[in-house]
Structures are given as C-alpha cells and as structure tokens.
Design a protein around this ligand. Sequence first.
Ligand code: GDP
Length: 198
Amino acid sequence: MKIKQTEFVISAVGPAQYPESGLPEVALAGRSNVGKSSLINKMLLRRNLARTSQQPGKTQTLNYYRINGDVGELYFVDFPGYGYAKVSKSEREAWGKMIERYLRGREPLKLVLQLVDLRHPPSADDIRMYEWLSHYEIPMTVVATKADKVSRSQWQKHMKIIRQSLGMPGHVPLLLFSSETGQGREELWSLIEQSAAL
Ligand code: GDP
C-alpha cells in the first residue's frame, strides 16, 4: 500500500473513546521492547509517529493511528506492551480488562498482529497472549521482529521454534520483519489489505 497520510488519533482508555467511523482496525500486541513502535513507524514510513522505547508497562491505553492509503483507510490500534516485570498486579489486571473489552465484540477489528522477537523463543507471556488472542477467533498473524539481528541461515530454525512454542496451526501466517531493513514490509501490507478487505 502506498501511504498518503497518517495521524495519531487518540489514546483511548475505554470504549467510549474508540472511533466510531467503522473503518477496519488492525491491532498490534507484543512484549515491551519487541519492536512494536519501530514496526508501526516503518509500516507508515514515519520516523517518530509511534514513540519508540516509551516507558515500558506504563501505558494503559489503546493508541489509535489513522492511515490513509492508496487503496483505502484503516486504523492501527497499538496495545500497551506486556511482560514488563515491574508492573504491579493491579496494573496488569487493568491491562487485561482493557484488552479483553476491546477484543470481545469490537466489530471493526479485522486482524491482530502478534509481535515476537525472532532472536529468542517466545516467552511465557507471549505464549499466554497467543492463546488468549486465538481464543477470540480473530484472524491473526505472528510477526517475528528484528530479523536483521539473526543470520539468514538461522531464520528457518528460529521460525520453527516460534511456531512450535506458540502451537501455531499451519494456516496462521508467521512473517519475518525488520524495521532496520524494511524486510517483510510489503508482505505485511498485503496481508493487512486482504484481512481488512481494503
Ligand atoms: P517497543 O517497546 O515494542 O515499541 O519497541 P521499540 O520499537 O521501541 O524497539 C525497542 C528497541 O529495539 C529499540 O532500541 C529499537 O531501535 C530496536 N529495534 C526495533 N526493531 C528493530 C529491528 O527490526 N532491528 C533492529 N536491529 N533493532 C530494532
């Protein structure tokens, strides 16, 4: 997709603030530091739209970005990063409630991207998140980030570990991505366009 315009819309704390335009939504989930902000910036070709390295675990909002591309319009919905050790139990619970409320019955949600770091086996949090997301039966794609940090000869091995650890069925796509090189960007846009029926 060719990006014409992008804008940050809102940090929504609850459903009352979710946009009502009905445009398709693509949600992004992943551990703090997995490279989520970098991926958003790379997908949108914006240097600093999604702030990279926000204070981990502190954002309890869904950040909406509106994207106007040559084939249509949609939102990216950025979930707060998870898996940060210093988050209190009550903060974690608030996080879970917010995400659950969003996933349950958010009609415009067309696709969830779950980001995992290609370098490491998925964490217990990644596995829990994957199982939780699968439960909602929303189309999912797993995106393995930081591919430039793993040598090409090791990609298949690492991808196999990710598939097996998450228990991904064959029909769920697993995509290699690098915000450094742009690897995977076109493929991910194609998947998004398909899922969002743009
Ligand atoms: P977030 O917490 O998930 O939003 O993660 P960030 O996007 O802030 O990235 C965390 C760190 O990883 C930053 O230092 C980024 O520069 C780095 N990073 C993110 N994506 C990539 C990538 O594809 N390749 C490399 N080499 N570094 C990356």
